[in-house]
Write a protein that binds this ligand. Structure first.
Ligand code: PBG
Length: 316
């Protein structure tokens, strides 16, 4: 007679059996690779605050993308790191992002290009606004339009000003860029995990911090309100950021909203894992465990600096 309990272990006896019962699978299509672009030629400089991540000029980026796109990479997220801090450069047609998109698209016409829309690398004080909320939104809309004109598929405002999705959508539609999508950083928390990025993007706030615009990490209902507001203003996809300490928010957003949910596995999270890997016996598994947890929580796609590690480490 069979015992009155379920034999779960029979599902785990060997790898083929475990695979049969597996619920979450990572695919190469799940990943978006964040890239830091600088002006110039032949530049490929490792960023000291994020080991394994580079500042690229557009020519060397194309070179690095070759291998990744051949192995299935479908999407990148572009940040620019200008030498000079001038806001006009953020929406100039001669800006780094605006000049680089056609170069990348020429080589990889099917690669999805998402652009970060923010001014923190262009302001003297490193903040994501110019003081006034609505004035900042107007600038953000100009930046988004300039990225759309250059050929961006998706623009991703990461500033956390109120109403910026409304301003951006309106501007895009008025200029007949109805097909340029908006991925809004709808729930972006004021997080210590951004530290390494700020060094890489040269956008550490000169005074104070970002808690007057990014979300308080103690809040979760407010995240749903932020997301609902962005969707009502025209966001096509929504971002939760950071990812690892915010899987509850990812899970709730996935259940509550129809729009695709993207989670950003940010620089500090990357660094934490990278550093632990040097002491670890089985490094790739740690990366896969973390990324799988983000997908299992409900993320449709994941922005992660681990893209080269996972693409080079695995055959899809
Ligand atoms: C800037 C921006 C930041 C990140 C993405 N866009 C930094 C910040 O808000 O301070 C962080 C990304 C990361 O840490 O990997 N608006």
């Amino acid at each position: 007679m069979s015992k009155p309990f379920k034999r779960f272990r029979s599902h785990r006896v060997d790898e083929p059996t475990r695979e049969k019962y597996r619920e979450t699978f990572l695919k190469v299509d799940d990943f978006i690779w964040p890239v830091f672009l600088v002006d110039g030629k032949d530049i490929s400089r490792e960023i000291s605050s994020i080991p394994g991540v580079y500042h690229y000029s557009s020519d060397t980026l194309v070179h690095s993308l070759n291998d990744l796109v051949c192995n299935g990479l479908k999407s990148i997220l572009l940040f620019s790191v200008p030498e000079e801090k001038k806001i006009e450069q953020a929406y100039s047609e001669n800006g780094i992002i605006q000049k680089s998109i056609p170069i990348i698209k020429k080589e990889f016409p099917d690669l999805e290009i998402i652009t970060d829309v923010c001014i923190c690398s262009f302001t003297e004080d490193g903040h994501c606004h110019v003081g006034d909320n609505d004035k900042t939104c107007e600038i953000l809309a100009d930046i988004a339009l300039s990225h759309a004109r250059a050929g961006a598929n998706i623009v991703a405002p990461s500033d956390m000003m109120d109403g910026r999705v409304y301003y951006i959508k309106k501007k895009l539609i008025e200029n007949n860029y109805d097909d340029t999508l908006i991925l809004s950083y709808a729930a972006k928390y004021a997080s210590r995990f951004y530290g390494p990025f700020r060094e890489a993007a040269n956008c550490t706030p000169a005074n104070g911090d970002r808690r007057t615009y990014q979300m308080d990490y103690c809040n979760s209902t407010e995240a749903m309100e932020e997301i609902a507001a962005d969707i009502s203003e025209g966001a096509d996809q929504i971002m939760i950021k950071p990812a690892m300490c915010y899987l509850d928010i990812v899970a709730k957003a996935k259940i509550k909203f129809e729009e695709p949910v993207v989670a950003y596995n940010v620089s500090g999270e990357y660094l934490m894992i990278k550093e632990s890997i040097s002491n670890s016996i089985n490094p790739p598994n740690i990366i896969l465990e973390v990324l799988t947890s983000i997908k299992r929580a409900g993320a449709d796609r994941i922005v992660t600096y681990f893209v080269p590690d996972i693409i080079k480490g695995f055959l899809w």
